[in-house]
Design a protein around this ligand. Structure first.
Ligand code: T5A
Length: 206
């Protein structure tokens, strides 16, 4: 693999999509070939899985959720991420394995050291493809409410309320504390440009 695999993580509506677009623009200006993708999704099959896992009218067990996210990831890695990395491209992915570790792991009462099963499952799904760098956009969920209200439509996870979002936040911070070399935390409050400058600085120095 010669390309770089960069993932963006954080609680719902924290600004990942906005930043990924801007980062892609900047990296392209610097002469890199960039692929933007997202999870769950990225391929026709994975997008169908996305429709199931995010449907607020469906009740899924956490185990089913985890397996569906992994199935979607397996397709996504094989068809999009791996070929792009082999071709030397930079892959910017909106969520990846750390979302599973937080949403299907840490918020379910597991501690970072209890994630062994989910990590093993993830290894099977990805065949060992792992992010080189992960940017966690971090913010107090209460302060993001205004942004989210503007969008109006909520998926199954966004419907779970503020306490759940705070739990998610603590989960991402715990992962970052456990893997400080790979996972960098960026304050997601402030202007889009200001946040982007911080992310670009991390990308250039890692
Ligand atoms: N999930 C996912 C799991 O449970 N397990 C898994 O393994 C995986 C992979 C995905 C859901 O699936 C769960 C996690 C998620 O709940 P999704 O629709 O992809 O669902 O949800 P999000 O990833 O949360 O995507 P969102 O589009 O909701 O949020 P973003 O991408 O973080 O935020 P963005 O950029 O769309 O911005 C949200 C709003 O804020 C504004 C934007 O213009 C937009 O209106 N904004 C700002 N406003 C002011 N200042 C700034 N700096 C701003 N930045 C953005």
């Amino acid at each position: 693999m010669t390309g770089k695999f960069i993932t963006f993580e954080g609680i719902d509506g924290v600004g990942k999509t906005t930043q990924i677009k801007l980062v892609a623009q900047r990296l392209t200006e610097l002469g890199q070939e960039v692929v933007i993708t997202r999870e769950p999704g990225g391929t026709a099959i994975a997008e169908r899985v996305r429709n199931i896992v995010l449907d607020p009218t469906l009740q899924l067990s956490v185990r089913t959720e985890a397996l569906l996210f992994m199935a979607s990831r397996s397709e996504h890695v094989e068809q999009i991420i791996k070929p792009a990395l082999i071709a030397g491209k930079t892959v910017l992915c909106d969520r990846f394995c750390d979302s599973t570790f937080v949403y299907q792991g840490l918020t379910q009462g597991l501690k970072v050291e209890d994630l062994t099963d989910l990590k093993a499952l993830n290894l099977q799904a990805t065949g060992g493809i792992f992010p080189d760098l992960t940017i966690v956009l971090d913010a107090d969920p209460q302060q993001l409410l205004q942004r989210r209200d503007k969008r109006g439509v909520f998926d199954r996870f966004e419907n779970k309320g503020l306490a759940f979002q705070e739990n998610l936040r603590q989960g991402f911070l715990a992962l970052a504390a456990a893997e400080p070399k790979r996972i960098k935390v960026v304050n997601a409050l402030g202007s889009v440009e200001e946040i982007n400058r911080k992310i670009m600085s991390l990308l250039m120095n890692n």
